[in-house]
Write a protein that binds this ligand. Sequence first.
Ligand code: NDP
Length: 404
Amino acid sequence: MAKVWPTMTWSVEMTPVDFISKSIVTFSQNFKIAKHKIFHLINANRKSSEKLCDILIEEGYELTKVPFEEWCDKVASMDEPQLREGQPSVKQMLRAVTDSRDSSLFFNDATFDQTVFTEVARSVMDEEYPKIDSLLIKTYIRNLSRRRILVIPQREAKLPLQSKVALITGASSGIGKAVAEQLAMAGAKVCLCARRGERLFEVRDGIVRSGGFAKVYKLDVSNRQQFIDVAKKIQDECGQIDILMNNAGLMYYTHIHNIMQDDWDRMVNVNCIGITNSLAAVLPGMLERKNGHIINTSSDAGRRGFAGLAVYSGTKFFVEGLSQALRHEVKDKGIRVTCIQPGDVKTELLTHTNDHDAKAAYDGSESCRILDPEDVGKAVLYAVTQPEHVGVNEILIEPRENPI
Ligand code: NDP
């Protein structure tokens, strides 16, 4: 029987159980702040059932949206496998709806105010209410499939990056981590590179738990030989590198008159030399195979100079210049080059600045709702899933309230 989904205005409430339990424990441990307050842990931001259906279809489930009445007919006439005695079948569980043909049983008119929760959570927890986005829902679907609770859809081959190998530098946090998650969910084998091994293993574990493939490779991008060795190891263990994301980077605000040469050198070594080391290690293989996609994380500071970021902007102008010229050189060799140019993103990048006066003078990241790493991850996923003849040269992605 064709699988059908009822079309109706119903929004689904989903709240990750680990978030609920963490909230309860945290509030209990911070009794002074939490006392006399009522917290709604129910998610106020629901997912429409239409959107949920679209995500299931994207994941390979063959579903057809039909009017509610038609869906009731189909459910009422469906055959069901024999269940254990006393166990209600899906059909029986839905009988109240299908017999009455009353779709309002699905509607949720209740609303929940999260103001108190948000205020208190901000002061005692290091995370906000989880976004119920397609990544989370896909994670649920994959896990339920792996546990055989949901039937695994017959569409493994449809994943857009199936069996592609992606090397991502700076994958231990922020943008690199988000890109790794997005590419892994699209079927890529992601090779996570950075210096902090423990953080890389955490990222890997998250991806593997979600049904993806990830491996850890400790790497300091400013070290030529290490890059060559890691690229070789990846090739031996995972296959040829199809996608190379040069994302590792450092940014220090500095007043130029403070002459913070150590900070400047570190930025040049990672943001510029790191990329030339990467190209030396990975580009030859791509040229040989006449195939590959290189993504360089530049910045909006690679499009214009920002006060307090003279050297950083300089390194990102280097990334832009290198990418533009490289794109022309390799365009006939099947290789694409994309520069991703984010504005302020909520990551650990700013926490490393040593010149605190410069940071206080120039950092504007608190002035508006800035980007989440996932926003950039999705932009990269877009670039790498375009057909072969399409070159996404640049993606400038800014907080809406802070255009360049
Ligand atoms: P994070 O600080 O969260 O991430 C930086 C990453 O770079 C970490 O994974 C770090 O890993 C890695 N890294 C730093 N030095 C080295 C090194 N020598 N060798 C290998 N890896 C290294 O910041 P973001 O995610 O924000 O930064 C990622 C990129 O995005 C950078 O290139 C940054 O310039 C760019 N960007 C960021 C913006 C923002 O507002 N956050 C805006 C525009 C661009 P580890 O320490 O484990 O080695």
